[in-house]
Design a protein. Structure first.
Length: 366
């Protein structure tokens, strides 16, 4: 489902960012800084009119918008706002896109005075001369007061071919000082991302994302490898609340993801675990997705109002008129901090997925 689009990609997404910044309490100066960073990071694609096709077939979002927002919540604190960007979206190839994105990261490092040494040491693994899809390098920014964000990069373990993804993850962990980390990971059906914290983080993480097809609530509850492990009943309850009827039969459409964060080199055990549920594929429309999100936030003692208000900050459409505005809901457990819930929300700069029609009621038996 699509409608006539006006303006440019940069103006559209920066406008959404400004409204979300206001909602999360960032002041006008920081808001302007981050809006400028967004458009600069998109490069030439920022000026691309929205009545043209997307600049690339990025899978960062369902409609190929190279921008995704997320709101992260913990009980008793204001939500934090993040934005995920594909800097090389208009470069024309994965190889050129990777070079473009790497140059953007290095410019951010100069601006905000952080090192890219950990990323540079992995360049041959994730940015080879002839990379395979589906991505080269994404940048995530956690928008903080003061105009200096936390920076994270997402890399593609299948860059040298999907058959080498596990080897690439193992070698990257080894180079980063986590020699035993790969053996601590649970079984998986794929390795979609490796993420790396850069810059001002108290405990910089390397995060390995695993894909799990047909994942059920019971199976998901047993995938954490942290010490101590998060309560299995809490993970299962979150899964059931978000996935609905699919929780028992398994996620048979888009697969579930887990993320395993390593912070202590040599420990051989992750310090963080996140369960990601692609809620958009297990609801009829965003009204249902919002209801499920409100339910899990409330169950964790978190005020859902900022998320409720975030949706009209992104779009004028009703939640019932499409599906995919709320893309993922995630529950994170990190050693020493309260559980964190994150809602990943889509820009929908180019298109809106149509809601799923309700199934007709069964005919009465006479």
């Amino acid at each position: 489902m699509s409608a006539a689009r006006t303006g440019t990609l940069g103006a559209h997404t920066a406008g959404q960012l400004r409204r979300l910044c206001a909602l999360t309490g960032l002041d006008p100066a920081d808001t302007q800084t981050y809006a400028d960073v967004l458009t600069t990071t998109l490069g030439g694609a920022a000026g691309r009119p929205l009545d043209l096709p997307p600049p690339s077939g990025t899978f960062l979002s369902d409609d190929h918008t190279p921008v995704e927002f997320s709101l992260s919540f913990t009980a008793g604190a204001a939500p934090s706002l993040r934005v995920l960007l594909e800097p090389g979206c208009g470069a024309g190839s994965l190889e050129r896109g990777g070079r473009t994105a790497l140059a953007v990261v290095r410019e951010m490092a100069r601006r905000w005075d952080f090192s890219t040494e950990r990323l540079d040491g992995l360049r041959d693994l994730f940015l080879p001369p002839a990379p395979h899809g589906p991505l080269a390098l994404w940048i995530a920014l956690e928008l903080r007061r003061g105009g200096v964000p936390k920076v994270k990069v997402y890399l593609n373990p299948s860059a040298s071919g999907p058959e080498r993804a596990a080897h690439t993850v193992r070698e990257a962990l080894r180079r980063l000082g986590h020699e035993r980390a790969f053996d601590a990971l649970p079984p998986a059906d794929g390795y979609p991302f490796l993420a790396l914290d850069l810059g001002d983080w108290e405990a910089p993480r390397v995060k390995v994302y695993l894909m799990h097809r047909d994942l059920s609530a019971t199976e998901a509850a047993g995938l954490a490898r942290t010490a101590p492990r998060p309560p299995a009943d809490g993970l299962a309850a979150f899964f059931r609340a978000v996935a609905g009827p699919a929780a028992e039969r398994g996620l048979d459409r888009r697969p579930g993801l887990t993320c395993h964060a390593f912070t202590a080199p040599g420990s051989g055990r992750p310090s963080g675990f996140t369960l990601h549920i692609p809620v958009r594929d297990y609801v009829r429309h965003d009204g249902e997705a919002l209801d499920r999100a409100v339910g899990v936030l409330t169950a964790h003692g978190i005020d859902p109002d900022p998320l409720v208000r975030a949706l009209p900050a992104l779009t004028a459409r009703r939640p019932q008129d499409g599906v995919g505005l709320i893309a993922y809901l995630a529950l994170a457990h990190q050693a020493g901090v309260p559980p964190r819930l994150t809602a990943y929300v889509s820009s929908e700069a180019y298109a809106v997925r149509s809601p799923v029609p309700a199934r007709p009621a069964a005919e009465p038996v006479h």
